[in-house]
Design a protein around this ligand. Structure first.
Ligand code: HEC
Length: 153
């Protein structure tokens, strides 16, 4: 009887220590995530947006994590007319890709962006909303219906 009580006590202490540690480490990782972002306020509010996952796995490789692109090669998504302007054109670029000479923020590009029509309407709406509200952009969101309309044109 006495042994059982001690065992139970040890178990309780052990479990308590575990859950305490778990909380600490998740707190720490959340904190370091916030600290590692440059534009803390803006990026932390979009950090959990579903469009971020799509962006990171599909667009980031060319347009970079901060949307700055690569000069002379991949244009930026930060503060461009293409991103913040006409929604239909932006959806079209994402669905069908883009090629030929264009000017983005005073710099000429003549590259090739592949089509992304394999993404779902929801994924495209999410990623474009994320892009329009990150990297210093603050344009309106893009809805699933708007993507559907352009896709079925
Ligand atoms: C393989 C590289 C690549 C990937 C992946 C890619 N892009 Fe692009 N993107 C480009 C290039 C290159 C251009 C410029 C095309 C040209 O010169 O005509 C461009 C142009 C653009 C433009 C118009 C110009 C500007 O910078 O505002 C937008 C908007 C855009 N991309 C958004 C996206 C989004 C959103 C994704 C992910 C769904 C994506 N791109 C994925 C390479 C890429």
């Amino acid at each position: 009887m006495k042994n059982k009580g001690i065992l139970f006590l040890l178990l309780a202490i052990f479990l308590g220590a575990c859950s305490g540690r778990k909380q600490n480490s998740s707190e720490q990782s959340a904190q370091s995530q916030i600290q590692s972002t440059e534009n803390t306020k803006e990026l932390s509010s979009m950090a959990n947006h579903p469009g971020k996952k799509v962006y990171d796995s599909v667009c980031l490789v060319c347009h970079m994590a901060d949307g700055a692109g690569i000069r002379g090669m991949h244009p930026p998504l930060a503060k461009t007319d293409w991103v913040n302007g006409d929604k239909e054109r932006l959806i079209e670029i994402t669905l069908n890709g883009m090629s030929g000479k264009i000017e983005v923020n005073g710099q000429t590009y003549n590259g090739l962006m592949p089509p992304h029509s394999h993404l779902s309407d929801k994924q495209i709406a999410d990623v474009l909303t994320y892009v329009r509200q990150s990297f210093g952009n603050s344009a309106s969101e893009i809805t699933v219906e708007e993507v559907q309309k352009v896709r079925n044109k």
